[in-house]
Design a protein around this ligand. Structure first.
Ligand SMILES: [Mg+2]
Length: 325
């Protein structure tokens, strides 16, 4: 009987087995991604067919920020948008009404993006400034205001009454989470993010339990999840989907059958907007993901590079369809 060495006695065998395991794992992942892509086709590969119903209609573009326009990074303060993405976005916004709907503070994302022809909806749509003209507006829940450039805008902040408690909660969270290394509290004005991207894996559950027990004392608030982040939001009937409906109405498209909403996002919170588009029955909910995940989106893009390529396609499509008319 021949001698058979175990993998631990033979480093070469161990390395061969590991690389086979990695290969098998990556083949399995590729095949599950391919199956998922059949249900949520690539918006780049399906572009021509996707845009057929949009000919002669107004496209309204909605975009999430983190993981959609900027890559997810360790430090949320460093989530910069690339110059190429900014140029693509600027061109899109010159052609189509364009809004960024983010969980971040409105002013923070505006600082990152630095474009003036884009509508910014911060705090998951709980903080919006929309231009007065040429938009159609009603007077509900609104107050006249000026933006940073002095242009007249309409402000909509449905969670304004929660601001003092949010400030109190921020102090409590910052104090209590000091004991967990890497935990970072972000003030998003009408909501709070507790980032745990830099927290040791063995401390993540303690952090989640700690945040949960703090929030239990504040019945007006709820916890939702995101990518390596715990979100604390006022318990009001408002989310990115409601923000999308509000913006569509304010852009004057609500009663029109001649518009199609396009929403691109990568977060769980973006699913509320995907649902609204699905319920309307027309438009394009597009998820950004490089792995299969449960979603209401109809189309997909793999990462921020594909988002940029899609935005460039959109501009070229509009230019060529205008030229041919
Ligand atoms: Mg995101």
């Amino acid at each position: 009987m021949g001698y058979q060495s175990s993998s631990s006695e033979n480093p070469n065998l161990e390395s061969t087995l590991k690389s086979r395991f990695d290969e098998d794992r990556s083949t399995a992942l590729m095949s599950s991604y391919a199956a998922w892509l059949r249900k949520h086709p690539s918006a780049l590969e399906s572009f021509e067919g996707m845009m057929m119903p949009a000919k002669g209609k107004s496209l309204v573009v909605f975009l999430d920020y983190d993981g959609t326009l900027s890559p997810i990074v360790e430090d949320p303060d460093q989530a910069f948008i690339s110059d190429n993405m900014r140029s693509a976005l600027q061109e899109v916004a010159c052609i189509f009404p364009t809004a960024i709907v983010t969980g971040r503070r409105r002013d923070k994302v505006k600082e990152f993006v630095q474009l003036h022809n884009v509508i910014y909806a911060g705090s998951h749509g709980m903080d919006m400034l929309t231009p007065v003209s040429p938009l159609r507006c009603n007077n509900m829940h609104k107050s006249g205001a000026l933006d940073e450039e002095g242009d007249e805008v309409v402000s909509y902040q449905p969670a304004k009454a929660f601001l003092p408690t949010i400030q109190e909660l921020l102090k409590v969270l910052k104090e209590k989470t000091k004991t967990i290394k890497g935990a970072m509290i972000e003030d998003n004005k009408f909501c709070i993010s507790v980032h745990f991207r830099r927290v040791n894996i063995e401390d993540v559950n303690s952090l989640k339990d700690m945040v949960k027990s703090i929030i239990e004392a504040y019945s007006g608030f709820r916890i939702t999840g995101g990518r390596k982040v715990i979100e604390i939001r006022p318990r009001i009937d408002w989310d990115k989907g409601r923000a999308l409906q509000y913006l569509i109405q304010n852009l004057g498209f609500n009663d029109s059958n001649d518009f199609l909403p396009l929403y691109i996002g990568d977060d769980k919170t973006d699913e509320d907007a995907f649902k609204v588009i699905k319920d309307v029955g027309r438009g394009y909910p597009v998820i950004v993901s490089s792995i299969p995940k449960e979603t209401k989106a109809s189309y997909s893009l793999r990462d921020t590079n594909e988002v940029m390529a899609f935005l460039v396609n959109l501009v070229n499509w509009k230019k060529s369809s205008s030229a041919s008319n």
